[in-house]
Write a protein that binds this ligand. Structure first.
Ligand SMILES: [Zn+2]
Length: 68
């Protein structure tokens, strides 16, 4: 519990921006998980091709473990 004072944030899988459930412009559910997006255009891109964004996790310049 080291982030108790920080609201939970999620990474927008499309653009990589960090958003929280308070600041997210839109959300989408995929395979039982909720994803948060900075903009509706990001959600639309994700909805069109979710696998593309989930699979590129960690492959393109994202250091593993950077954002826990
Ligand atoms: Zn975004």
């Amino acid at each position: 519990m080291k982030r108790a004072s920080h609201e939970r944030s999620y990474k927008d899988p499309v653009c990589g921006m960090e958003v929280s459930y308070l600041t997210a412009a839109d959300t989408s559910e995929h395979e039982g998980k909720t994803y948060y997006f900075c903009a509706q255009s990001c959600r639309q891109a994700f909805d069109a091709e979710p696998q593309q964004y989930l699979h590129q996790h960690r492959q393109h310049g994202m250091p593993p473990g950077h954002s826990e």
